[in-house]
Design a binder for this molecule. Sequence first.
Ligand SMILES: [Zn+2]
Ligand SMILES: [Zn+2]
Length: 257
Amino acid sequence: MIRFASLGSGSRGNALLVQAGRTRLLIDCGFGPRVLAQRLARLGVVPEQIDAVLLTHEHSDHVAGVGALAKRFCCPVYLSPGTRRALERRQHAVPHLREFEVSAAFPIQDFQVRPYAVPHDAAEPTQFVLDAEGLSLGILTDAGRVTDAMRKALAGCAGLMLEFNHDATMLANGPYPARLKNRIAGGQGHLDNDTASDLLRQLHRGSLQAVLAAHLSETNNHPAQVAKQLGEVLGDNPVAWQIASQAAGSDWMTLQG
Ligand SMILES: [Zn+2]
Ligand SMILES: [Zn+2]
């Protein structure tokens, strides 16, 4: 069994907890020690139980709390070489760093980690497929578009955390300045609801058990709109889905072998 839960998702902070066997991984850590501990407690976990952190990229909504966590609990932090250089350039001190090659899978205890590259306006942005007990959990947020390599990496996953960042019409008609709108909608920005729905339609196979929609914009999206689109793609199939919120994240979702 793999289980996973968001601790909060959006432009003000991200972290995803994933567990298989006795191994607990945190994907990104955008929350400071106090908030992190509170949100882990809701899921019955204490920070000491985190075995490792995987970073997707250096944007502060993904790394703001990682230095404090790694320092306090001596927890290893895995990241791409480009993400490491970007953190160092900003003098964002994080101990216990371990670089991985984006093209190569590597083990962390009960997990096999498969990093894959995504287009996003960061130094070397990377997302992950986590394999354990014959199951795969695919993670994808912070990507401006979907490439064939990304589709290939995510094929066959039993669980998916997918970015549904914005509704294209809401973004276009919304309050953001033109430059920011162009950045978000561009090929190195964030996935809109239609692009995410199309990807989910392509990945929707019998093996799919659970979908977590994530990184919703609080200004340019509505959870109700995302729910409607998830319902349209998943139909009556027995696929569990949730929408991760900024304030509360999500409940546990479970993948069974
Ligand atoms: Zn982000
Ligand atoms: Zn980002």
